[in-house]
Structure formats: C-alpha cells, structure tokens
Design a protein around this ligand. Structure first.
Ligand code: ATP
Length: 362
C-alpha cells in the first residue's frame, strides 16, 4: 500500500485555484519530487500534507487513514524549509534535540540519538556551535538532522537547497541521496529546478497551474515528456510545429512544414489533422560539415548563427534554410578544442528518426 495518497485535492484562495484536483500516491521509502515553475502550487500542496493548511475538497491519506483532522505536530511528518528555521539561541545539538525534548524522550536516549544524527550528517564536531557560526550548507544539514531525529514516516522538504551556491548544492544533493538510502525514510522534495529534480528523485510529479501534468521516473519525464509544457520546462528542447498527415495501423506520417515529413510510431488518440510539435533534444541533433552532405540521409541545410561555449559542451544555434532555428549541443571531447563550427559556417543537420517525438496539442 502507498504510504501517502492524495485524492482529488483542491485548494482555492478566493476565486483562484492554487491546487486543482490533484491525485497522486507516494510509496514508502521513495524519494518523490514535486517540480514546477514558481506559483504552480507546490508549496500549497506540501503545506496541506504537513497539516499547516487544509484542502477545500479531497482527501489526504497516510497509511490509508484520512489525516484531515490530525494536527501538524501529531502527524508523523516533518518539514525542512529553505530558510533552515533553526533556533538562533540554541546550539547545534540543542536544535537537533528539540523535537525529542518536545516528545519527552529520556535525556540519555536524546544524547545517543543526537550524536548519531549529527554523525549521519557529518556534523559531530559542530555540536556546540551556534547557527551563526555555521555555513549555509552546515545549517541545512542541522535542519536535516533535526528533521530526521524523530524518525518521521515522511520528510517534506521545500526548496531546501535553494539558498546554497551551485557547487555546494551539488554536493548536498549527493549527500541527500545517501542519507535517504541510509535512513530509509520517505522524502517529498519540492523544487523549481529541473536539474535538481532529475538528479535526486526516484519519481517526479511535474506541476503547472495547480495541476499535475505528468508523473514518472526522471528518464521518462526527460525522455518522453507528455506535452509541450513538460518538454520545454525540463531541459532544453527544439519544438517544430507539425501536423499529422496520414495514419496506418502502427505508424503516422507527420508533416513539419518546410522541413518535409517524418514517419513515427503511432501514438494513441492521434487523428489525421492533429496539430502539435516534433520535439528534439539539442543533444539528439547531429551537425555535419557541408562536405558530408552526400553521406547524410534526411539532411537539412543551415547556417551557424550563434554558439555558446561552456567548457565541456558547446550549444550551436543553427538557422535552417526554411528559417526555423534549431539548437544543437555538441560535446567538446578533444582537449583544447573549443568548437567545431564558427558563426556563418554552412552546416547540415540531421537526427536519428527514433529521437523525434510528436507532442499533440490538447
Ligand atoms: P514557489 O516555487 O514560488 O514557492 P509554489 O509552486 O510553491 O511557488 P505556491 O506557494 O503553492 O506556489 O502558490 C501557488 C499560488 O497560490 C500562487 O499564485 C500564490 O500566490 C497563491 N497563494 C498561495 N498561498 C496563498 C494565500 N495564503 N492566499 C492567497 N494566495 C495564495
């Protein structure tokens, strides 16, 4: 049975619907992420699970029990916030011990568990420090230790790494994955960073305008986004306007305007005339010099308009003869080679047929 189940949960503020009929379930031991742009309702949803807010309609079940009338402090759930929410006048050890003191756990047991929790987050040496004597990453680790000390069934995290710089964020991401495996507690993580969601999660729910758009593991969400919003929100993508021209039992022919047509496996609910876009990730685009033209089937001619070199990879903006702009990402694998093409170089692009996906408009 799922640990947490949401059934048609809705929350309105006046006539604005912040969370719109959301249903999902989270398995015990899972690292589950709510991902979406600012204002899509992630925090509102999390606050309802924590008990700080109530749905206008729908049910929240923990272990099959409706927790609507259970006060936040009575739920076996803890929330970690981006702002850490540490008590400034308490030492690290006292901050971590706080939930146990509230639960009237015996002093010897508290000491043992605090020592253990601080070891888990590699802060054993810092137990006597105060929050202002810690770095952002260390404060966040104290907040995690405090969140885990009462062994909640569910640890909710609202943008917990949002205040950290890029490098520290990455190392904290790795630590979080290790920590979650060690403690075996179910994590629900909220972020608007697609990279973070892909790196951390076992499953991701992508939210937009209060609704869940897709739930899946990271490679499904990235590799087969359900619609244009998800395709565009998760990583970079080329979207070429397209229309279904013909359908057979197993395949469909999709016309891409001046780029000709392509044959793809048939998807359900597609009709002749269905409008949408062909989606291609920049790393799926192959770029060749003009001299290779004879060797490339389904080639499209274009010109390099711009490029962005970021060390390991270069992104090229290529304008095709049809006027369509395509982004292609090439790895700079040979040392010292900053780029393969210059602005205004004529090039040919192609892509493996299986890389293209048709995203139908609703
Ligand atoms: P962010 O990533 O910026 O934190 P979010 O996805 O977590 O965004 P929410 O904080 O859940 O978004 O807010 C969703 C929407 O509901 C926003 O438009 C917000 O302004 C609105 N909202 C949230 N809380 C309230 C409230 N108490 N009263 C009125 N509107 C609210």
């Amino acid at each position: 049975m799922a640990l947490l189940k949401l059934h048609n949960v809705t929350r309105r503020f006046g006539d604005f619907t912040a969370v719109d009929n959301v249903s999902l379930s989270v398995e015990a031991g899972e690292f589950f992420t709510l991902l979406g742009p600012s204002g899509c309702g992630k925090t509102t949803l999390l606050r309802m699970v924590a008990g700080f807010d109530k749905p206008d309609s729908g049910q929240i079940l923990l272990d099959g029990q409706d927790i609507a009338n259970t006060a936040p402090e009575k739920r076996p759930i803890h929330t970690v916030f981006q702002s850490y929410a540490l008590f400034p006048h308490m030492t690290v050890a006292d901050n971590v011990a706080f939930p146990l003191k509230m639960s009237k756990v015996a002093a010897t047991e508290i000491k043992k568990r605090v020592t253990n929790a601080l070891e888990q987050v590699q802060l054993a040496k810092f137990s006597r420090r105060f929050p202002h004597e810690l770095s952002g990453g260390q404060k966040q680790r104290v907040a995690f230790a405090r969140g885990l000390i009462n062994r909640p069934r569910l640890l909710l995290m609202d943008e917990p790494l949002g205040a950290l710089d890029a490098k520290l964020r990455e190392s904290m991401q790795r630590e979080l994955i290790t920590l979650q495996k060690e403690v075996g507690i179910t994590f629900i993580f909220v972020t608007h960073s697609q990279d973070e969601a892909l790196a951390l999660s076992q499953r991701i729910a992508v939210m937009n305008l209060g609704r869940i758009e897709q739930i899946g593991d990271p490679s499904t969400i990235y590799g087969t986004p359900a619609n244009r919003f998800i395709a565009d929100f998760i990583g970079k993508i080329n979207l070429i306007e397209a229309q279904v021209q013909q359908i057979s039992d197993t395949e469909m022919t999709v016309a891409m305007g001046k780029l000709g047509s392509t044959v793809l496996p048939l998807k359900k609910d597609i009709k002749i005339g269905s409008q949408g876009a062909i989606a291609l990730r920049p790393e799926q685009i192959q770029v060749h010099a003009l001299s290779e033209r004879a060797k490339i089937p389904h080639a499209h001619m274009g010109k390099v308009r711009d490029f962005l070199y970021v060390g390991d990879v270069t992104t090229y903006v290529i304008e095709l003869e049809s006027g369509i702009q395509i982004e292609a990402l090439l790895a700079n694998s040979s040392p010292g080679r900053a780029r393969f093409f210059e602005v205004d170089d004529p090039v040919i692009i192609s892509w493996p047929r299986a890389a293209a996906q048709f995203l139908v408009d609703e």
